[in-house]
Design a binder for this molecule. Structure first.
Ligand code: SF4
Ligand code: SF4
Length: 113
């Protein structure tokens, strides 16, 4: 199980969740951020503690099982942000997430954590 960041983060991205995550699995970090429009949770590192969920001001964070139907795609999106290089991520998601593609296409290098 993991937690997932969904669409409401876009346009807010205040990093409140980053402050409370005990295992630093929410990325990109400030120093590695190439104008991403949202943050993502690494499902491999997330320990499912739930600390991030209540601090999000826009209710963008859900446990994987409770992710609303309209945002189910964000489960895979979060995972692929860490599994794919930037070009592959952009190519895969630009058709359905145009805003993500515009940020991802700014760098063709593999994701830097
Ligand atoms: S707290 Fe919510 S809005 Fe802020 S960065 Fe985290 S997921 Fe995005
Ligand atoms: S559930 Fe816990 S470990 Fe997972 S992203 Fe949120 S704060 Fe971090």
């Amino acid at each position: 199980m993991t937690y997932v960041i969904a669409e409401p983060c876009i346009g807010t991205k205040d990093r409140a969740c980053v402050e409370v995550c005990p295992v630093d699995c929410i990325h990109p970090r400030v120093e590695a951020d190439k104008d991403e429009i949202m943050l993502y949770i690494n499902p491999v590192e997330c320990i499912d503690c739930g600390a991030c969920e209540p601090v999000c001001p826009v209710q963008a964070i859900f446990s994987e099982a409770d992710t609303p139907e309209q945002w189910k795609e964000y489960i895979e999106l979060n995972a692929d942000y860490f599994a794919l290089d930037r070009t592959a991520f952009s190519t895969l998601y630009t058709p359905t997430f145009p805003l993500l593609g515009s940020s991802a296409s700014r760098s063709a290098s593999p994701t830097t954590l």
